[in-house]
Design a protein around this ligand. Structure first.
Ligand code: SF4
Ligand code: SF4
Length: 450
């Protein structure tokens, strides 16, 4: 099929077009880095309950061995990303903010780091429930950044049957190209993961959605599935935040997910291509998530690239390998639109960390970036893909009217894409205000419930 036939005629309303800077890394094949001397493994790298450790300080572990078990359904286990010895179980800094209980693993530098832990499954024999269980046992979470346990998403509510699975290959955040490289380098694993997902959910139709700045991946995958009537490739416009589930569903299927609802409300489940690729790779061996591809990019990096690193690798170690030596940089975990700047580099790479952007800091004493009063230009309203009024929300935030933000201006429909902050000529950090307001509302609600 010709590429032009794959283009979708639909798109979502509003959105923005930031410069993508993907040219820095999109052509660079995935490369494995040396192991760090120590790995930091938070027991909570996912939404839901933290996992429970299976190993004690002093114990030796082999690469791939389960070292913590899931604590309930909304939880996932953890596997040793390297052969070595558990040094301690202690509170450690995390990218999310508060310190979190973590296993510290001293890596045996002389080890071949071959993955010895293998529990092969005969995939043909697995029932739908067994596939879902195997996904949980692999410790799989949304690798696109959400960190939500994947097996939970594989059980949509019974009253909302799913008829289509969308593989999300948009990767709309500037700089990030790890999903692009995975689609180019591991199409077999991706399609295997998608087939397993189709079987587990009992869904015949799957669509791989890819932005039109990755046409090489779209062409390759189309060639790959040309004889598979159950999988289609759809090319969507390059527009931020195209990779958000609701936006992608609108662009691919022209279905609108109602505010406050999940994709299953319109019969859809969405999974990131990185997640599907790891499912396709790991499930046949019964292995767990122990490493991931991380894009390291930005004008502060000497050797930008897509690096395959063990989960738990300290950010500082990874940045040194990529040639970041100057402290006068801003480090953003994730992409620049939805990611967060970190002040200290002693936090680890976690399962859901898809990239690191390192930018030279602006010259001191310049006006660039200083917050100014709102000039009511309306750019933020035109940018918001959820049709919210970020300007009004911002004004209510400055007067601490967090209840009014929710009751009158639907704060909770904001999914913090950052489009409004990006276009604001007054440099108002709107999305930061919204994050704080949501967190205060959540705290108040919890206190009221108690
Ligand atoms: S951060 Fe929220 S309010 Fe701002 S554009 Fe995105 S969805 Fe709209
Ligand atoms: S973009 Fe900024 S200055 Fe313009 S209306 Fe929105 S908040 Fe105000």
């Amino acid at each position: 099929m010709k590429l032009s036939a794959l283009f979708s005629g639909n798109t979502f309303q509003h959105g923005v077009h930031p410069h993508d800077y993907k040219g820095l890394t999109r052509h660079l094949p995935i490369r494995r880095l040396p192991f760090a001397p120590e790995l930091i493994l938070p027991l909570s790298q996912h939404a839901g309950k933290a996992s429970t450790p299976l190993v004690k300080p002093g114990e030796e572990v082999v690469r791939g061995q389960p070292i913590a078990v899931a604590d309930g359904f909304v939880s996932v286990p953890l596997h040793a990303p390297a052969t070595g010895r558990v040094r301690s179980l202690q509170l450690m800094p995390s990218a999310r903010g508060p310190k979190t209980m973590s296993l510290i693993l001293q890596v045996y530098q002389g080890s071949s780091q071959k993955e010895l832990y293998d529990h092969p499954h005969d995939l043909r024999q697995l029932s739908a429930d067994e596939i879902i269980q195997a996904v949980q046992e692999a410790g799989m979470v949304g690798l696109g950044g959400a960190a939500f346990p994947t097996h939970v998403k594989m059980k949509p509510p019974a009253e909302q049957p799913v008829d289509t699975i969308i593989a999300n290959g948009c990767e709309c955040e500037p700089y990030l190209t790890c999903d692009h490289r995975l689609m180019l380098e591991q199409p077999d694993n991706l399609i295997q993961g998608l087939h397993l997902m189709q079987r587990a959910l009992g869904v015949e139709r799957a669509i791989i959605g890819i932005e039109d700045n990755k046409l090489d991946a779209a062409q390759l995958l189309q060639d790959y599935v040309s004889n598979d009537p159950t999988i289609a490739v759809k090319v969507v416009k390059t527009k931020y935040p195209q990779g958000a589930e609701k936006m992608l569903i609108k662009s691919v299927l022209n279905r609108e997910v109602p505010p406050g609802s999940l994709p299953s409300a319109v019969g859809v489940s969405v999974f990131n291509v990185g997640t599907l690729t790891q499912i396709g790779e790991l499930l046949p061996h019964g292995r767990g998530v122990i490493e991931r591809v991380v894009t390291v990019s930005g004008d502060g990096v000497q050797h930008p690239g897509n690096y395959l690193v063990p989960v738990g690798t300290p950010v500082e170690f990874l940045l040194k390998q990529a040639g970041v030596v100057d402290a006068a940089h801003e480090v953003i975990l994730g992409g620049p639109m939805m990611g967060m700047s970190i002040a200290a580099l002693d936090v680890p790479v976690t399962k859901a960390m898809s990239g690191m952007v390192v930018l030279k800091k602006p010259e001191p004493d310049t006006e660039r970036g200083k917050e100014q009063p709102c000039i009511r230009c309306g750019y933020c309203v035109e940018a918001c893909p959820m049709q919210l009024n970020p300007s009004m929300l911002g004004m209510l935030a400055t007067s601490a009217d967090y209840t009014g933000m929710q009751e009158n201006y639907h704060l909770n429909d904001c999914f913090e894409c950052g489009s409004c902050s990006y276009v604001c000529p007054s440099n108002i950090p709107l999305v930061q205000y919204f994050r704080i307001a949501k967190s205060i509302n959540r705290d108040r609600q919890e206190t009221a419930q108690k």
